[in-house]
Design a protein around this ligand. Structure first.
Ligand code: NAI
Length: 695
């Protein structure tokens, strides 16, 4: 039963009931249509109320049925809306809590709408690269006016029902203490005999000089929507509510909806939407796995990462004790947290009250005894196994039984770290990204012996901290950094063969990354990669790297922090200015290694950088380091600035077609440093089978 039917006196009440948000799936639509038909057939019924059980009127489409034939099966949402609108007895939508997407479109097909205050009203389809396809673009402007409807449809942002109380969207907004159903029934009784039945479609959108407003909107929206076509399509369809007859506007809306649903941009957004949801599911860790309570946290090391990590806990209202070796470092770390919050406050994004609350939750110590009672401790000390060993041996001594011992290491072997304790089941990696208080990604590293409840707790914690948690197995660099290593290597080889940093960066930025590899290196500090490579030259001499980055560091050009890296920087300006000596060094290096420089196309640059990551990702999938291709996409969308409209590296490779990706890899394998290209067996297999990573 997905909608209940009851009769209250002369009023039939249809209650949508499809938890959690009464998504309008096939069964719900069927039950609602039946309910209306039953009410029409019953002579004692004079009016109909449609409402929603539980936590919503309706959240819109049922995401469980997305991409399934059920989504379009009859009775479709259009049919349900038409049934309500053409009903010969008045239909009243009784709205509360959440009324979004198809839910709002259904209510617009009803003759009357009444609501509780504080209900979230929205048409959020644009966030999935779509437009409201069941009349929303035609009916909402007819009740809210052109300007307000356009803003809501283009932004997808919810507006509270009480803010819309004075518009024609609502016939009544009740007081907060009212009982919605009995108030709606009472309302229905008052209008039961009114004829003709009011229909939103019959209203006109009045906007003097609408063309000027629409042109202004087109210009603004175009400038703001970047590569995404949906916002502008939203403007065009809303425009049709003024310029076309209702029926023609509906046809136009349908046509544009069907166009958008086929676009790669919308597919990418929908992919990301589902990828985020599925990332928290781990096959052998069922949803009912018990989680440990996290009421108190500790962070070891108050440096760059430690401070940001602590802020995550503070933002979530979890008290944090920070531990350092020296008072000076501790003071500095705490002062940085304070300064960050003060800056947020200056921007008006944090109240004094919240600031005080958060600062009251953080304290510092030099003594391990002070952190023993924490439910979780996150280690963020220097990236050095010796230092980590000392810390974890100490944690094993002082932490209470059942405490989670987490490491923020970005490259070290988590299993070895767990081995420094007598409780490896309690050890897990929580790999935050810099700046840790901003970046959404949290790679959750599952050690060989990490307990299932510890993993479940870390996943739950990531949600509490408003992060996207993605599970990774243990390997060098985990998912994200292991792939970016291939990207960086290719960037270096491209310099040896004929490209210069600005060409590479521009090509990658045109593809959609916020920053190309060389500007990124300058921001992060080229010395970090240098240190890693020096270690690799000893530990893994078989891996080849371009020497250009080492030569750059030998010039003392570490990046923005030294005012110079691949580019020059001026004080107070983040703009990157190409540097003659650096470019001469690159050209000279090609001569030194006997490579004749050639003109390299932007396409080659992008292919080599992206496909090298995709190929590594195929290994990562095959080895079971990542659970699924969409997890890898999530890592790149939330942690590495991969362009959202391309859906992540794996989704992008699927869009290009894996046989094409493989052919390009085989071609590059014959070129300079070709040994860096060994097609991953999984990639070869999927390409041969005509499949994609995400299929
Ligand atoms: P950092 O050098 O800024 O901070 C490390 C802090 O740990 C320093 O304040 C130091 O005084 C303190 N410390 C050192 N030994 C200690 C000990 N035995 N006990 C207590 N405190 C100690 O380093 P950062 O960048 O914050 O890195 C920390 C960890 O996070 C490393 O494992 C690093 O690989 C990892 N990481 C770093 C990222 C970055 O972008 N910086 C990104 C992701 C992970």
């Amino acid at each position: 039963m997905t909608a209940e039917y009851q009769v209250h006196g002369t009023v039939a009440v249809i209650t949508l009931n499809n938890p959690p948000v009464n998504g309008l799936g096939l069964a719900t639509r069927t039950a609602a249509v039946k309910g209306i038909q039953q009410a029409l057939a019953d002579d004692t019924v004079k009016a109909i109320v449609i409402t929603g059980a539980g936590k919503a009127f309706s959240g819109g489409a049922d995401i469980k049925e997305f991409n399934s034939p059920k989504a379009l099966a009859e009775p479709s949402l259009h049919t349900l809306i038409a049934t309500a609108e053409s009903s010969t007895k008045p239909v009243v939508a009784a709205i509360h809590t959440v009324c979004m997407g198809g839910g709002l479109e259904l209510s617009l097909g009803c003759h009357y709408r009444v609501a509780m205050p504080g209900a979230q009203i929205a048409l959020p389809e644009v966030k999935l690269g779509l437009l409201p396809g069941a009349g929303g673009t035609q009916r909402l402007p007819r009740v809210l006016g052109l300007e307000m409807a356009l803003n809501m449809i283009v932004s997808g942002t919810p507006v509270a029902s009480d803010k819309l109380a004075n518009t024609a969207l609502f016939d009544a907004v009740f007081t907060a203490d009212a009982d919605l159903v009995s108030s709606a029934v009472a309302f229905a009784e008052t209008i039961a005999d009114v004829r003709p039945l009011p229909k939103v479609r019959d209203r006109k959108v009045d906007y003097p000089n609408h063309e000027a407003f629409l042109q202004f909107s087109r210009n603004t929206v175009k400038a703001m929507s970047g590569p995404f076509p949906a916002p502008l399509e939203c403007v065009e369809t809303v425009a049709a509510s003024v310029t076309m007859k209702f029926e023609d506007g509906m046809k136009f809306e349908r046509e544009r909806f069907l166009h958008l649903i086929q676009t790669t941009e919308s597919k990418a957004l929908r992919h990301a939407f589902f990828a985020e949801r599925v990332a928290s599911k781990v096959p052998d860790v069922p949803a009912d796995t018990p989680v440990r309570a996290i009421k108190q946290a500790a962070v070891i090391g108050a440096g760059t990462m430690g401070g940001g990590i602590a802020m995550n806990f503070l933002n979530a209202g979890i008290p944090v004790v920070m531990l350092e070796t020296k008072q000076e470092a501790l003071d500095k770390g705490l002062a940085t947290i304070r300064k960050n919050y003060e800056n947020t406050m200056k921007k008006g994004k944090l109240t004094q009250e919240k600031f005080d609350q958060r600062m009251a939750l953080v304290s510092g110590t030099l003594a391990y005894e002070d952190i023993g009672q924490a439910d979780i401790v996150v280690e963020a000390v220097f990236e050095d196994m010796g230092v980590k060993e000392a810390v974890f041996r100490k944690l094993d001594e002082v932490m209470k039984p059942g405490a989670i011992l987490a490491s923020n290491t970005s490259t070290l072997d988590l299993n070895q770290i767990a081995g420094f304790t007598k409780r490896p089941q309690d050890v897990i990696g929580t790999h935050f990204f810099s700046p840790a208080n901003v970046m959404k990604l949290l790679e959750i590293v599952r050690g060989a012996q990490t307990g299932k409840d510890v993993l479940a707790t870390a996943l739950a914690l990531s949600k509490k901290l408003k992060k996207t948690g993605v599970v990774s197995g243990v390997c060098d660099g985990f998912i994200g950094n292991r792939m970016i290593e291939q990207y960086s290597r290719q960037a270096g080889f491209l310099l040896e063969e004929g490209a210069l940093p600005e060409q590479v960066d521009k090509a990658v930025e045109k593809f959609g990354f916020a920053m190309g590899p060389f500007r990124m290196g300058d921001l992060a500090g080229n010395d970090i990669g240098w240190a890693i490579r020096k270690r690799r030259y000893v530990e893994k001499p078989e891996i080849s790297y371009s020497k250009t980055a080492d030569l750059l560091c030998e010039m003392g050009r570490y990046g923005q922090k030294t005012g110079a890296g691949w580019y020059d920087y001026k004080a107070g300006d983040r703009k990157a200015y190409p540097n003659e000596q650096v470019n001469a060094m690159i050209v000279q290096h090609s001569a030194d290694i006997g490579v004749a420089r050639r003109k390299i196309s932007d396409q080659e640059i992008v292919e080599r950088l992206v496909y090298s990551m995709v190929n590594e990702a195929a290994h990562i999938l095959e080895e079971g380091i990542a659970l699924r291709a969409s997890d890898i996409d999530m890592v790149y969308l939330t942690g590495y600035g991969f362009p959202l409209f391309r859906g992540g590296p794996m989704f992008y490779a699927d869009t290009v077609g894996l046989p094409n990706v493989l052919a390009a890899i085989n071609k590059y394998a014959k070129g300079h440093q070709g040994s860096a290209w060994k097609p991953a067996p999984l990639l070869v297999k999927l390409a041969e089978e005509g499949k994609g990573f995400n299929s």
